[in-house]
Ligand binder design. Sequence first.
Ligand SMILES: Cc1ncc(COP(=O)(O)O)c(C=O)c1O
Length: 420
Amino acid sequence: MSTDKKRDLFDKCESFKRHKVAQEHGVYPFFRPLDDSEGSRVMIENKPRIMLGSNNYLGLTHHPEVIAAAKEALDRFGTGCTGSRMLNGTLNLHNELEEELATFLGKEAVLLWSTGFMSNSGSVGSLCTRKDIIFADREDHASLIDGFVLSQARLVRFKHNDMADLERKLEMNKDHAGGKLLAVDGVYSMTGELAPVDQIVALGRKYGCRILVDEAHAIGTIGPQGRGSVAHFGMTDHVDLVTGTFSKTFASMGGFIGCPQEVKEYLMHNSRQFMYTASFTPSIAATVLTALRIMRTQPELVEQCRSNALWMRSELERMGFNCLASNTAVVPIVIGSVAQMLWFNKRIYEEGVFANPVLPPAVPTNACLVRTSYMATHNRADLQEALDIFEKVGHEIGVIGPNKELMADHWKMMASSVGI
Ligand SMILES: Cc1ncc(COP(=O)(O)O)c(C=O)c1O
């Protein structure tokens, strides 16, 4: 009889301890509940903090017209749709939103999804099959990656934003007999870098690919009237599929794909992620529709968000921080090792700034970063306060200043002694 202990499904949970080490050292940064929020300022653990970790780019979560529209929809239709779009879950509001968003994006049609994650995984997962091939940037969002896996298509990943590598891979596969998809993020969520959509389009066209751009972080932050990276590069007529989310600029949740009408009809009748889930709630539909109208009529909000981010980036760089090549509303601050980044993040939080730590595998182990993101509704006094905190803590933790090299060694020793 074998003495080997049989493996149980939950063994991995019992041995998963990484988060506990960070908790024991008081540097665990996740799942902090907000007690209150005014958008750009939040209350956490009884202390007001400047919110630099939200994707509420235009600050519309607290816009009075948006809130009024959401309340009205709640009163009129109730709290939920309680069914799939196919059956009882379609409201006039969903159809109106699809039409207005299609016009805004310059696409023939739009299909709504219950989340942005599902719009990527569901559309790629049902449009591509095992006969097809997908070319994808190495830093594409997880929701696209899940779509690639679902589709069972052949996946070819190219180095991040590296057009020479992309072309090499397209050339190697130029005789592939099935369909070809080239999929990228318009703005990369952790670094705020733009994809070179014009070059992506040129290469995609040359090698017969359909092109998909995920505009989750681009709508509302870049392009004329915040129409996104595709519009920014003047490529609206050359990108086949544009996906996105309502969980950022649109101040709510849900997702969409902009596409030809026949693609929309195919997805409506073939995508499991679309058909077998409830549609988003009436108040979400009204929120998003109103946010879209505000974005169209108040383009100064997009400009405000952009100028806040650009100002922060230039001030941070002036202090000596490395903000990579970001030129959008997301401004990363490169810190260093995991330990150094966690302590930096803990200290800015204690001083009154909420930002997002980014850990491997999203970034290389020695280049962990703190992701900051900006809103149209941040005022310069709040941002100046945040800058003062970054400068103070940056010196203290050795991210900037004369002791940088010395402190890097200190953090390496610290990391190996505490096991982070
Ligand atoms: C680039 C990108 N695509 C898609 C999504 C998914 O959006 P949602 O929050 O609506 O699921 C996100 C959200 O994190 C994202 O950053």
